[in-house]
Design a protein. Structure first.
Length: 301
């Protein structure tokens, strides 16, 4: 009981400090989510955490044209009680934004992955394989403002000479949005992860058939590795979404193979939803398809 009282006192003092600092022109928010999933595949079934996170984010207004911002997000399993809980960094960065767009430095999701791969791999728990991208971390990125529907994004992961994979890996994304059409073209040099002559290039084209129905096609290729062609659809039925995705993988050597899956979400509240998914995943053309299923819940705060 005494430990709980001390913990509450320390937490109250910390929140008071945040409130005081926020009153001086900055905002700091605490946020997070709890996610659970019950899964079944050829390896067996399991109840597990699905990426529960907690973090802090905030902004400081420097002047009328410039704002500083930050995010620090941690990931920790929440599915079993044990003496030691592994806490890992999910993303952390600081940046500046204004009329010029925004620039940020730290560790965050790949701009190539967000623009190209996530358009087809839209599952809550299950997931498709993807072409190679540069690992996260040690990255600086620039996001331009929309210029007549056109946006440019660029990032560079810089590794010092004391790393096994030294050098600078460049990632570029161009987006264009007009009415119901969205087009994205991405390039990842893979300079830190692969041989110098390898890179990944991708194209994503999405179209809103209706305000609640979108279809997207994707093409990816990695030099001397494999190609992927994917197609997805997502329909908002009011209380949630129904979605389906499929892709064909064509290795540089060997026969092509397929992945396909469907899912549905149901919202209990604006920050709480449940879902169910089923997919057929092939590890290679020579492997039998693994039918995988998952049901889960998400609670955001």
């Amino acid at each position: 009981m005494k430990k709980s009282i001390i913990a509450i006192a320390v937490s109250s003092a910390a929140l008071a400090s945040v409130s005081t600092y926020a009153a001086e022109g900055s905002t700091v928010d605490v946020y997070g989510n709890i996610q659970y999933a019950y899964t079944d595949n050829d390896a067996g079934s399991d109840f597990e955490d699905n990426g529960s996170t907690f973090g802090f984010k905030g902004e400081t207004k420097i002047n009328d044209d410039l704002t500083a911002f930050f995010k620090y997000e941690l990931e920790a399993d929440a599915d079993q009680k044990k003496s030691g809980v592994d806490v890992n960094l999910d993303q952390a960065f600081v940046g500046l934004k204004g009329n010029f767009g925004k620039v940020q430095v730290g560790s965050f999701d790949s701009i190539y992955n967000n623009a190209i791969q996530d358009s087809v791999d839209q599952f809550e728990y299950l997931g498709f394989s993807s072409n190679n991208t540069t690992s996260e971390g040690d990255t600086i990125a620039y996001f331009s403002p929309s210029m007549g529907g056109f946006e440019v994004q660029a990032s560079a992961q810089v590794k010092g000479t004391d790393n096994a994979n030294d050098g600078t890996a460049l990632t570029l994304v161009g987006k264009y949005n007009v009415d119901a059409l969205t087009v994205a073209l991405g390039y990842d040099s893979l300079e830190n992860d692969q041989a110098d002559d390898e890179n990944t290039i991708g194209l994503s084209v999405g179209y809103d058939i209706q305000s609640n129905l979108n279809v997207t096609a994707k093409f990816e290729t990695t030099k001397d590795a494999e190609d992927r062609v994917g197609l997805s659809a997502r329909y908002g039925y009011g209380a949630g979404d129904v979605y389906a995705s499929a892709q064909v993988i064509s290795p540089d050597q060997g026969d092509e193979y397929n992945e396909a899956g469907v899912g549905v979400t149901y919202s209990l509240a604006s920050n709480v939803y449940v879902y169910g998914e089923v997919a057929s995943i092939e590890a290679s053309a020579d492997a039998d398809a693994d039918t995988q299923t998952a049901v889960g819940v998400y609670y955001g705060f």
